[in-house]
Each structure stands twice: as structure tokens, then as C-alpha cells.
Design a protein around this ligand. Sequence first.
Ligand SMILES: [Zn+2]
Ligand SMILES: [Zn+2]
Length: 249
Amino acid sequence: MPEPFIEDEMTRAKRGIAWIRLEEALRATGCPVCAEVESAEKHYIEGLLYEYVLDAGVRKKLHQQHGFCTRHGKLALTAELTLKSDGLHLATMFETVMEEHLQLLDKQASRIKESTKVTSKRKRKPTFGAVDAGECFVCAFVKGTENIALHGLVYFSNDDEFIEAYRRSRTVICFRHAQMIVKEAADPIWARRISPRVLEVTHEKMKKMKTDLSNFIQKHDYQSAHDYTRDELDSYLDAVNFFSGQMRL
Ligand SMILES: [Zn+2]
Ligand SMILES: [Zn+2]
């Protein structure tokens, strides 16, 4: 009788969505965690505009958090343009939010006006109900996605196939995400999962970036040197992107 095939946990995990997304991210450039998050963020915003324009929950969040943050406001505008809309989705989404904020500002202006009429000495500093924008709900979604993407990578960090794919790929885990991996290594739940190999490969990639930067700078000193490699010419971009990532909010 042949031995029954028992699939191990890793083989099973490699059929899951986390592995598929990671493999896709490794085919791009930049940071694979940032790439996953950026893609999810884009789809989320497009979904908001095209499926949830009339959703009361979305409007409530937009109202409570006083619109999107700057980044996500810009991305929402880009999504409208990319999807060839004249702006009707965002107009519909913001109509009631605008109405509610009109009332708020009106109330605040009245309170200030009233206070100027009061001549007696005030004991306390007046508050006119100024509001602060809370965390944008797209930012909250992005943080959740980032957590999932990072732990997906951590899960596979000890797998030979992953390490080889990461070594070969043009991606490099950005500094911030590398630091998040270092932090997770101190967490007892993730500590046994994390392999330092993923950080060692990142270190090798950083060394290459540093060499490219130095060569790029040094070759400027030679009178006739125009023999820059592509990587050397891009070295300053890679350095900035490595520290900023694509998703440093
Ligand atoms: Zn990153
Ligand atoms: Zn945001």
C-alpha cells in the first residue's frame, strides 16, 4: 500500500491568497509589502466610488472623520478620473456630508458671535466646538491590510522558495517594513515564525544599493565617464524609495 500523501502546512499555505499576493508583489519593484497594500488601497477606493456611493455607513464615516485625509482625497479624485467619471460619484457621496458641515460651521460662527456680545469677564477659555479630523477610515483600512500583508510575508520568511524568489526579485523590503519585521521578532507569537534570512537578503540588497550610490557619485568625478549602469543611474531613486516606501502615510 502506498503511503498516504499528507500535505504539510506550508504546502497548503502556498495555495492560499497570501502566497498568491506575495508572489505577485515579488514580480514588481519596490517594497513587496507596500505593493500589496497600495494595490488593496486602490481597489478599496475604487470600490467605494463604484459600489458604496449610496452606502449610509460610508457617508457616516466621511461625516464623522470630516472627509478623507489628504492622501486618500487625492486618490479618490484619481480614481474618478481613471474610471472616466465626471465626478458624480464623489459629488453624490459628499452632498450630505457638506450639508451637515454647513450646519456645524454655522453653529460655530453663531457661538463666536454670541461670545463677542458678552461683556462680563470670563472665567474659562471659551470653546466653540472646533472639531479635529480623526483617523481617515481609508487609512484605518490601509493599516489593517498592511498588518495582514506583513504577517503573510513573515509567515513565509523561513521558506526556501520564498527566500529564493525574494533574492532573485527586483523588490526590496522598505526600511519601515523591515523595522516592523524586527519588532515582530520580539513578539512571542511571531518569533518562532520569523527567519532572519529575510533580513539578511534585505541587507544584501541594501549593500548593492549603497555600492550603486557610491559608483554614481564617484563617476561624476571622472571627466569622460558616461558608463553608468542603469542601477547606478536609478540609485538615488532607489535610496529615497527604500526609506520612504510607497506607503509611508
Ligand atoms: Zn514597505
Ligand atoms: Zn487616509
